[in-house]
Structures are given as structure tokens and as C-alpha cells.
Design a protein around this ligand. Structure first.
Ligand SMILES: Nc1ncnc2c1ncn2[C@@H]1O[C@H](COP(=O)(O)OP(=O)(O)OP(=O)(O)O)[C@@H](O)[C@H]1O
Ligand SMILES: [Mg+2]
Length: 337
């Protein structure tokens, strides 16, 4: 059995066949601080965010695509893997994605968390490669193609050719950093303290990165920072655009920095084919148009952008034997552990 695993900062997705995700849940776990008992995980734990007593801790155990709390990531991986591995007779092989610019120690931590379940083999693939694969781009040919994967913890931009990275850049300011900026902005401007889940909902509902034709509003609820009492305020899409503008600028710079370092021959290929954007945050209103305007290159958004990476990890399972047959780290597509 082969498993494709996208252990994301915000969401974990698992695939065991071509028919869509077997698991698609928030990467969240809730546990009792007193005895470390796991109380819930995934969507159910996400619903508890900010609503628990002090004894219960609800955490996202991954930050910026890497492990922040190894024990909890192991728990989360084990829970999700148990759901898809009905038979324990044959140990699965797992293809998991990793962000670009990750250290060997961080890679080993991810391999360790997955291996704790009892697997035959772990293979790691960069999320941009997986995303390219998942959107049907031919990354094995001598042809430059560019992907920008926009997630919660990282933005990964890369130009690939012949199965390898030509240029890549990763930043750790993405969807989560936007949520933090929204929280700060609403507190500063409206004296209103809101939680992370409220900020995320607001960003997903009305967030935008270019001035919208029709101004939308969203009712944010929280606590008045001056009086300490419940309060609700209508915020507009332009306010959210302003709140997240620094993060938006950092994302645009990441894409343009990669283009600036790309060899001219490959730039020609990218100008012809365009840039592909994937990841949940690629759905932010105006993101595609803004990147198009700032790079001067056509930008396409993947059909199911949040699923591109796990789809690509699944496509990569077809190359496991090939990768295993070569000596470790010689395969351009995946690293075998
Ligand atoms: N419709 C939407 N509009 C704006 N943002 C969205 C939308 N849907 C999801 N997002 C944002 O996308 C991010 C999650 O994307 P994704 O699931 O690709 O991240 P991830 O893979 O868990 O993170 P990473 O790859 O950084 O580890 C969150 O910040 C979420 O708020
Ligand atoms: Mg991701």
C-alpha cells in the first residue's frame, strides 16, 4: 500500500488512490494538559480553538511546514494513518511533501514522525515539485516551468526542469501571517480583540489583494479591548487588503526574486506556458491577477489548488521503485529514507 501525505501547517491530506482524498482535515490536535490525553483532532479540534478551558490545549503542531512539536505531530500522523490503513499486514510506503529550504534535521523529524507509525519506506518530495506533478506539468523534460505554492505556513516558489530545482525560494509568511496581521489591525483600528479562527474566516470570506469592484463586508465578533465586553464590527474588504498588504508584498517579491534568478532560456519557457499557482491561499481574491500584473506573465490557478500537492505526491508513488533502485539522494524527484 502506498500513501500520499501532505502534512501541511493548516491542513493534512492523505490519498491512497486516484479517487480524491481519504483524509482532508485541519492539522490540529486537542489534548489535556494534566495527563497529555488526546481529546480530539482534525475538524473537531479546530472547532474547539479558542473555546476551551485552561486545562485543554488546542494546537497546530506544525509551523511553517516543519515540526514545532514532534510528539503531537507523531500523534496526528498516527491517527490519520490508522484511519486509512485498515490492514497492518503490509506496511505502507509513504510519499510526503516538504517545503523548500528545510534543514536536514527538520527533514529527519518529519521522517521520524511518519516512521513512528511503522512504515516500509518514507520518500520526501519538495511541495513545489509535487504541486507541479499534481497539476499535470511535465517537470521531467528539459523545459522550465514555474510553480508558486501558497499555503498557511509557507510560500514556495520554484522553477524546475529535468525533475530538479533550478531556482527556488521559500518564505514563512503566508496565510497564517495574514491572519495575525488581521488580528492586529482590527485591534488597532476598532479596539476589538478577535481570535485566530475568526481572522481566518474573515480573510477567506472577504480578503483580497487588489481593490475589489464591489466592496464586501464581514461581521467580526470578539471582545472590546477597552471595555472588556462583547463587541461586533463590520469590516470591509479594503480594510483587510490594507491589513495584509505587507505579507502580500512579500509574496509578490518571492515570485519576482525567483524570476530574476532564472536562466534566460527557461524564462522563455515560462513566458510561453505561464506560472501555475497552487495551495489554499492561491484562492485569495485578486492573488492570480496581482501576480500576473507584477510579473508580466500569465498566471494560472490550479483546478483544485489546495489538493495539487497531495495529488502530486500520489502521482509520485508510481516512481517509488525507480527511486529505491537508485542510490539515496540520486533521484532528482524524491529522496528515499
Ligand atoms: N477561499 C480562500 N480564500 C483565501 N484564503 C484561503 C481560502 N481557502 C483557504 N485559504 C487559506 O489557505 C491556507 C491553507 O492552505 P493550504 O491548505 O494549502 O495550507 P497548508 O498546506 O496546510 O500549509 P503549508 O503548505 O504552508 O504547510 C490558510 O491560510 C487558509 O486560510
Ligand atoms: Mg501545503
Amino acid at each position: 500500500m502506498d500513501i500520499a501525505l501532505d502534512l501541511g501547517t493548516a491542513n493534512t491530506r492523505l490519498r491512497i488512490n486516484k479517487n480524491g482524498n481519504a483524509i482532508d482535515e485541519p492539522s490540529v490536535i486537542a489534548y489535556n494538559r494534566d495527563n497529555n490525553e488526546i481529546l480530539s483532532f482534525g475538524r473537531e479540534a479546530y472547532e474547539m480553538l479558542g473555546k476551551t478551558s485552561s486545562r485543554i490545549h488546542v494546537v497546530f503542531p506544525l509551523e511553517g511546514g516543519v515540526i514545532a512539536s514532534s510528539g503531537l505531530v507523531e500523534e496526528l500522523v498516527n491517527i490519520f494513518m490508522c484511519e486509512v490503513c485498515t490492514s497492518r499486514v503490509v506496511m505502507p510506503r509513504v510519499v510526503a511533501c516538504i517545503p523548500g529550504e528545510i534543514t536536514e534535521v527538520e527533514k529527519r523529524a518529519i521522517v521520524g514522525a511518519i516512521s513512528s507509525f511503522g512504515v516500509r519506506r518514507v520518500l520526501l518530495i519538495e511541495s513545489t515539485k509535487a504541486a507541479a506533478f499534481g497539476t499535470g506539468m511535465d517537470i521531467m523534460s528539459p523545459h522550465g516551468c514555474m510553480i508558486v505554492d501558497l499555503g498557511a505556513g509557507t510560500v514556495d516558489a520554484a522553477v524546475m526542469s529535468l525533475g530538479g530545482m533550478s531556482v527556488s525560494k521559500t518564505i514563512k509568511t503566508a496565510g497564517n501571517a495574514m491572519d495575525d496581521e488581521i488580528i492586529k489591525y482590527i485591534r488597532r483600528k476598532h479596539n476589538l480583540i478577535i481570535g485566530k479562527a475568526m481572522a481566518t474566516s474573515c480573510k477567506e470570506a472577504i480578503g483580497c489583494v487588489i481593490k475589489p469592484e464591489i466592496e464586501e463586508t464581514f461581521r467580526v465578533k470578539g471582545r472590546d479591548s477597552l471595555r472588556g465586553l462583547p463587541k461586533a464590527v463590520e469590516v470591509t474588504s479594503c480594510e483587510i487588503m490594507e491589513a495584509i498588504s505587507d505579507i502580500t508584498a512579500a509574496i509578490v517579491n518571492t515570485a519576482t526574486d525567483v524570476l530574476e534568478d532564472t536562466p534566460p532560456e527557461m524564462l522563455g519557457d515560462i513566458q510561453t506556458d505561464g506560472i501555475m499557482i497552487t495551495g489554499g491561499l492561491s484562492q485569495l481574491k485578486g492573488m492570480r491577477e496581482l501576480l500576473e500584473r507584477e510579473t508580466g506573465i500569465t498566471v494560472h490557478r490550479a483546478k483544485d489548488p489546495a489538493d495539487s500537492v497531495v495529488a502530486g505526491c500520489f502521482e509520485a508513488t508510481a516512481f517509488i521503485e525507480e527511486a529505491e533502485a537508485q542510490r539515496a539522494n540520486l533521484n532528482p524527484l524524491m529522496t528515499v529514507y
